[in-house]
Design a protein around this ligand. Structure first.
Ligand SMILES: Cc1ncc(C[n+]2csc(CCOP(=O)(O)OP(=O)(O)O)c2C)c(N)n1
Ligand SMILES: CC(=O)[C@@H](O)[C@H](O)COP(=O)(O)O
Ligand SMILES: [Mg+2]
Length: 641
């Protein structure tokens, strides 16, 4: 059922100014209607639900108390921002979330002045807010900067780098720590235990207590001394003062679902003059929607669903996902080799390592949102003789590039990288596209870089990685389902740097890397039907290149086209360099490289994204015909009639 809820109060709110005209007693009803609207919208679009439901009251209170957009409100990750979008003039488009041409699923600067900073990768909010705060200070401009960061995002080093620097902002910086005791999976590590202790050992802070603290009007030295005593006492009472040690005035824990109390506390925080403030707000992920609250993942990310039952739309039955094939293959390797261990940075279900962890709990490490640490941790394991598989989304490995170069590649350590979500990813859009890994990895000495063309290849490649002790090796594969080929009963070890011919032709050579192979084959069929005989090769390795095979293809065909699901600088660029270095294009070969365009593609259905990028069969055919100067009616341009 997807009926629209009755929302008489929300209907009067077209922006934060309307919200601020309400009395604080009206806010609980507004929050209730806002929650109903979020549930209704996501039931038809799918998307990130649990996080947004948890911050409904917080969102209302923040816009009520602060002067947005002058005060800069920065949501970490941005996956919880649907209530914020509804309150900031985007309600009319909320049912286009994550669709082509629709609203982004994250905050985005060019979408609204209420989104001062875009996000989707985590733990950037405090740094960004600090930048806004200091800019205002330097420019003498009014306005606060408020970062809202989750307990999961708080596990990343970047958050501490920012807090370490925050003193300079004074009371212009406010950090709201939204603690729902969840990441995508349950949170891990010492920090999460620390936050749990803070929450369980202290009662919720009351407005009266806070007002008393701020209302003190003691002479400065006495005030400071009193504050030290109070901080010490609070530290003793709550088990620690981590945030205070970093220079923040800690306020909390605060009940994040009592909107009126939140308003009063935030008003006190806004008006206080205590330096940077950190407000520890305790919320429930999935709050107010029973199926979400009851689910293990709190409905972090959902398909379309039925509101009454909470039942999500099931995917059409089909081949297993690349992620699942990877996980199964890795479990097989771990069964054969006890040195195989696996690492995820807070994405156990997304990478399939939850299954690995269920089978080998001692050999799976969820390090939290900490990709840099994950990579160097894996390097240490490798240096000590283990066979670590770092399973990370292509887009998130970007954050750990120096660790990949400095800790892994330079030391030639055999860390295995399983790069999931390579290529375009659909609804999450540009921030999550795995476009750059080929460019950033193929340039590194010592690295082997593979791309699976289908799920059989993926199984062979996982096996090849497990046995490759000579240095770092990466394997990329996309989001979504495989093509439905039967999985091998036993995996093969592939020869490093050797590709394969899929079909043999004469005039056109299509050199494919990765899962565009099926489109390359379709293109070859179309070309054949036009009388243009085509070879299709699956190169398997972007590094080292199969120079022998490439040389043969480039010297025996009139046109050669490389195809990859990645930005410029990867496979095609290296083929081109090789061809140029070896003089293979001197004699008139028509060599073309097909890759993602030089732009950040917005969200859409993946097939549509690839068609827009020209990386489908029609695009390949078009490139070949253009190279041959054959026009749309099949006539060679410039030829005599
Ligand atoms: C650098 C990076 N790594 C991983 C992710 C994937 N990711 C998105 S949300 C999320 C969990 C965030 O937890 P938290 O900050 O507590 O927010 P909550 O969902 O609980 O509101 C993760 C791991 C990401 N967005 N960015
Ligand atoms: C917000 C975020 O970064 C993740 O939740 C991401 O949206 C997951 O994407 P997948 O659905 O591809 O796992
Ligand atoms: Mg959380």
């Amino acid at each position: 059922m997807t009926e629209r809820p009755e929302t008489p109060m929300l209907d009067t709110v077209h922006g934060p100014d309307d919200l601020r005209r309400l009395t604080s007693e009206q806010l609980p009803q507004l929050a209730e209607e806002l929650r109903a609207e979020v549930i209704s919208a996501v039931s038809v679009t799918g998307g990130h639900l649990g996080a947004g439901l948890g911050v409904v009251e917080l969102t209302v209170a923040l816009h009520y108390v602060f002067d947005t957009p002058r005060d800069r409100l920065i949501w970490d990750v941005g996956h919880q921002c649907y209530p914020h979008k509804i309150l900031t003039g985007r309600r009319d488009r909320i049912r286009t979330l994550r669709m082509g041409g629709g609203l982004s699923g994250f905050t985005k600067r060019d979408e609204s002045e209420y989104d001062p900073f875009g996000a989707a990768h985590s733990s950037t909010s405090i740094s960004a807010a600090l930048g806004f705060a200091i800019a205002n200070k330097l420019g003498g401009a009014p306005g606060k900067a408020i970062a809202v960061i989750g307990d999961g995002a708080m596990s990343a080093g970047m958050a501490y780098e920012a807090m370490n620097n925050a003193q300079a902002a004074g009371n212009r910086l406010i950090v709201i720590l939204n603690d729902n005791d969840m990441s995508i999976a349950p949170p891990v590590g010492g920090l999460s235990h620390y936050l749990a202790r803070l929450v369980s050992s202290g009662k919720y802070l009351t407005v009266r207590q806070l007002a008393q603290r701020f209302a003190r009007k003691l002479p400065e030295p006495l005030h400071n001394a009193a504050r030290k005593v109070e901080e010490y006492a609070r530290g003793m009472a709550t088990g620690g003062t981590l945030f205070e040690e970093l220079g923040f005035y800690y306020v909390g824990p605060v009940d994040g679902h009592n909107v009126e109390r939140l308003v009063h506390i935030l008003e006190n925080v806004r008006d206080a003059d205590e330096g940077p403030m950190l407000v520890h707000v305790v919320t429930k992920k999935g709050k107010g929607y029973a199926p979400a609250e009851a689910a293990a993942d709190k409905y972090h990310g959902v398909q379309k669903f039925d509101i009454i039952s909470g039942e999500q739309a099931k995917a059409e039955p089909g081949p297993p996902s690349y992620t699942n094939v990877f996980a199964k293959a890795l479990i097989g390797e771990a069964e054969r080799d006890e040195k195989v261990v696996a690492i995820t940075a807070a994405m156990p279900s997304g990478t399939g390592l939850d299954k690995f962890g269920a089978r080998f709990p001692e050999r799976m490490f969820d390090v939290g949102i900490a990709e840099q640490h994950a990579v160097t941790f894996a390097a240490g394991l490798a240096a000590q003789g283990y066979r670590p598989f770092c399973a990370i989304y292509s887009t998130f490995l970007q954050r750990a590039y120096d660790q990949v170069v400095h800790d892994v590649a330079i030391q030639n350590l055999p860390v295995r990288f399983g790069l999931d979500r390579a290529g375009l990813v659909g609804a999450d859009g540009a921030t999550h596209a795995g476009s750059f890994d080929l460019a950033y990895l193929c340039t590194l000495p010592n690295f082997v870089v593979m791309a699976a063309a289908d799920e059989v290849e993926l199984v062979h490649m996982v096996h090849t990685m497990a046995l490759h002790d000579q240095g770092p090796i990466a394997l990329r594969y996309p989001r979504g389902n495989g093509v439905g080929v039967a999985l091998p009963t036993s995996p093969e070890r592939l020869e490093i740097g050797k590709g394969r011919i899929v079909r043999e032709g004469k005039k056109v050579a299509i050199l494919s890397l990765g899962t565009r192979l099926r489109e390359a084959e379709k293109a070859a069929d179309i070309l054949e039907s036009m009388g243009l005989s085509a070879t299709v090769a699956d190169l398997r390795f972007a590094k080292p290149l199969d120079e022998q095979l490439i040389r043969r293809l480039l010297t025996s065909h009139e046109v050669a086209v490389t195809v990859e699901e990645a930005a410029v600088g990867g496979f095609g660029a290296h083929v081109l360099t090789m061809a140029s270095d070896q003089g293979l294009i001197d004699a008139g070969l028509k060599l073309r490289t097909m890759r993602l365009p030089d732009l950040f593609q917005d969200q859409d259905k993946p097939e549509k994204q690839y068609a827009d990028a020209g990386l489908d069969a029609d695009g390949i055919v078009g490139t070949v015909l253009k190279a041959l100067r054959i026009n749309s009616v099949g006539v060679v341009e410039g030829a005599r009639a």
